[in-house]
Design a protein around this ligand. Structure first.
Ligand code: HEM
Length: 127
């Protein structure tokens, strides 16, 4: 039998709810909100595309936007260690809210942890 991708195991509906819940929290986070646009519609759309392919689903981010190069795409924004922690904390809360649980959550979160570390491009205090 064929092993499900994490994308298939989580399901598109839950992934979309995760992303919407996550940006709802980002919008209210004092360390994060200032570097995001006021409208989260477009970033949520891109994040759904990105996470779909990150989790082994169809490459819909790359089809529309080209190679992800996530670190490069974040360079215009000061991503400090504090903001990286805040991002992960919003993601953890969003996972709680949509009840993403079990080993699939643990694996997904540890990958996001590494990606969020990799995105840091500015020391704390320099932003
Ligand atoms: C875009 C912040 C981590 C995925 C952005 C934008 C900001 C941002 C400010 C641009 C919003 C705009 O369009 O104006 C942060 C911060 C992070 C972080 C503070 C803390 C570590 C991550 C991680 C991922 C990610 C870990 C993926 C797992 C994306 C994607 C976009 C984006 C897909 C849209 C890129 C595009 O324009 O195509 N992020 N981000 N970010 N971020 Fe992050």
């Amino acid at each position: 039998e064929k092993k499900l991708t994490p994308f298939e195991a989580i399901g598109e509906d839950k992934l979309n709810r995760l992303v919407d819940t996550f940006y709802g929290l980002v919008a209210q986070h004092p360390d994060l909100a200032p570097i995001f646009p006021n409208q989260f519609t477009e970033i949520a759309r891109k994040q759904k595309q990105f996470l779909t392919q990150y989790l082994g689903g169809p490459p819909i981010y790359t089809e529309e936007h080209g190679h992800p190069m996530m670190r490069a795409r974040h360079l215009p924004f000061p991503v400090t260690p504090t903001r990286s922690k805040a991002w992960l904390s919003c993601m953890k809360q969003a996972m709680d809210k949509v009840q993403l649980e079990g080993p699939i959550r643990e694996k997904f979160f540890s990958r996001l942890y590494l990606t969020a570390q990799h995105m840091i491009n500015t020391p704390d205090g320099d932003e």
